[in-house]
Design a protein around this ligand. Structure first.
Ligand code: NAP
Length: 483
């Protein structure tokens, strides 16, 4: 199956932070891919911007190097890349001073879609938004895209929202959570709401529990200072894991429109119960032979920041009463895996004599690696030697199902095109971010009060023993990371 590419309207995209890591690794390669497949029109313009003084040609040389480094080689890449670079320009501006802003305005066309992508530190959002307004560029139909982290608590998230809303209205603001741009995450919505098979089973009557895992095999290399100020709860749970939980747990929206979908997600967040400290296990990876641990990496032997967290979360509503959602994320774990596992209840009665009790089905939604969906079902073990049961996967890998020429899209490709299309469905609304912080803040404040230290865990493991106990206590087991 080859996906259909519908070109977007001509646009001017100003990429602030165009010389930064995210722009070079994800945003510009993503735009290049969309150009390669014909979705970005030939007359689109991408204007890079940062404080660094450089000519447009120097910027193009830098983008060429980034694309050669971060996109796969193809037979016609050099030719397409040459044309893509023709869409690029560069203007130096500083968020903190007036220099360069008039020149930037002079680059923009009045009659095309206009988007400002702020791939810069959040401390610059207010400054850039203010400069756009001051120089007459915050038009009512312009779009502004902001990156994570969106605040470090409810108060700072509110401040960021207020600083953006001073000059832009909510329908112009695109808050990125790149997990929402992943193909499988959208497939979760298709699976739930475009099939009649699952929805009748998607509730406390049939589901025993849900596990959401985002495990990294890498540590915090290159982000030590940022990470130690943040930790797994702020960096991953408050945004990405809560978003995955929302899409798994939300009620069917009445239609697939940005506000209908986001209204349902907000309801889930608002229904989250406070989490008891005994339902949380925090960890820090310890030093191994020859390998520094978390405390060495951040250079602070007293750091109480968690590089791992596992928690049991409850959603206090009719559909999910009594169904725990176990969330788990961490660094330096045994594999790089992101997945949602829905564990259905065991059959109420086994009719097969002399066999092990039949286990409930599992639906596994894999975000990475190898995006796809697996339904683990029970069948008869083949052969004439008696009647035994075996668990087998009904597996769908998107790469296989969609064909070799359907390269999985990076989340950023989809999200940038959605900005140009003016579709906010996969972006977080202001009240949604605030609701997630309102839930997370008391948990974090609790640790700050008690000054508890995270439990150490081995690098390459599944996290601290206490995380396993969290499940064992409930008579359940984590799915093996990478298993
Ligand atoms: P980065 O590598 O530090 O790049 C920052 C960019 O901002 C550079 O282009 C820098 O260029 C520009 N800049 C800095 N101060 C400026 C100012 N006063 N006025 C105008 N431009 C300025 O950061 P990054 O890793 O790309 O991250 C960018 C944003 O994305 C951050 O909010 C980050 O949290 C978020 N994010 C990053 C990643 C990732 O994988 N990197 C993932 C998720 C989210 P000059 O120094 O030349 O001005």
């Amino acid at each position: 199956m080859v996906s259909r590419v519908i070109p977007v309207e001509p646009f001017d995209l100003v990429l602030f932070g165009a010389t930064g890591d995210l722009a070079r690794r994800k945003i510009l390669p993503g735009l290049f891919h969309r150009y390669e497949v014909g979705q970005v029109p030939q007359d689109a313009r991408i204007i890079g911007s940062a404080r660094s003084e450089m000519t447009p040609d120097e910027f193009k040389a830098d983008v060429r190097a980034a694309i050669e480094e971060f996109t796969p080689e193809t037979s016609d890449r050099a030719e397409v890349l040459g044309r893509f670079l023709g869409c690029l320009d560069y203007v130096s501006v500083d968020a903190m001073s007036d220099a360069g802003w008039s020149a930037l305005k002079g680059q923009l066309r009045p009659d095309v879609v206009r988007a400002y992508y702020l791939s810069v530190a959040p401390s610059l959002f207010a400054g850039i938004a203010g400069q756009l307004e001051k120089h007459g560029m915050a038009m009512p139909d312009a779009r502004i895209v902001v990156e994570k982290p969106f605040g470090r608590n409810l108060e700072t998230a509110r401040e960021l929202n207020a600083s953006l809303r001073k000059f832009f209205r909510e329908h112009q603001i695109y808050r990125i959570d790149h997990y929402l741009g992943k193909e499988t995450v959208q497939n979760l919505m298709a699976l739930r709401f475009a099939n009649s098979l699952f929805e009748p089973l998607w509730n406390a009557t049939h589901i025993d529990h849900v596990q959401i895992t985002v495990a990294e095999s890498l540590g915090i290399e290159g982000r030590e200072a940022y990470y130690d100020h943040s930790g797994a709860m702020r960096d991953m749970v408050q945004n990405h894991l809560v978003q995955l939980l929302c899409l798994t747990a939300m009620e069917p929206p009445s239609k697939f429109t940005p506000n209908a979908v986001r209204d349902e997600k907000v309801k889930v967040i608002e229904a989250l119960d406070p989490v008891a400290p005994s339902d949380i296990a925090r960890g820090q990876y310890r030093a191994d032979e020859g390998e520094d641990g978390y405390l060495d990496h951040v250079g602070d032997p007293q750091s109480r920041t968690e590089s791992f967290i596992a928690m049991k979360v409850r959603i206090a509503n009719w559909r999910w009463a009594g169904v725990p959602f176990y969330l788990r994320t961490g660094k330096r774990l045994r594999a790089r895996v992101s997945e949602i596992m829905v564990q259905f209840r065991d059959p109420p009665h086994t009719i097969f004599p002399n066999v092990e009790p039949v286990q409930g089905n599992k639906l596994i939604i894999r975000l990475q690696p190898d995006e796809g969906i697996t339904l683990r079902t029970t069948i008869k073990d083949p052969g004439p030697g008696g009647f035994r049961l075996a668990e087998v996967p009904l597996d769908m890998s998107f790469a296989e199902a969609l064909g070799a020429d359907s390269r999985p899209q990076d989340a950023y490709e989809r999200l940038v095109m959605d900005v140009i299309r003016g579709d906010q469905t996969l972006f977080m609304r202001g009240d949604e971010v605030e609701a997630a912080w309102a839930w997370a803040d008391p948990i974090i404040e609790g640790w700050e009060r008690t000054r508890d230290k995270p439990f150490p865990y081995d690098q390459g493991s599944s996290g601290p023993e206490e995380a396993l106990m969290l499940m064992h206590r409930d008579g359940r087991r984590w799915r093996q990371i990478g298993g």
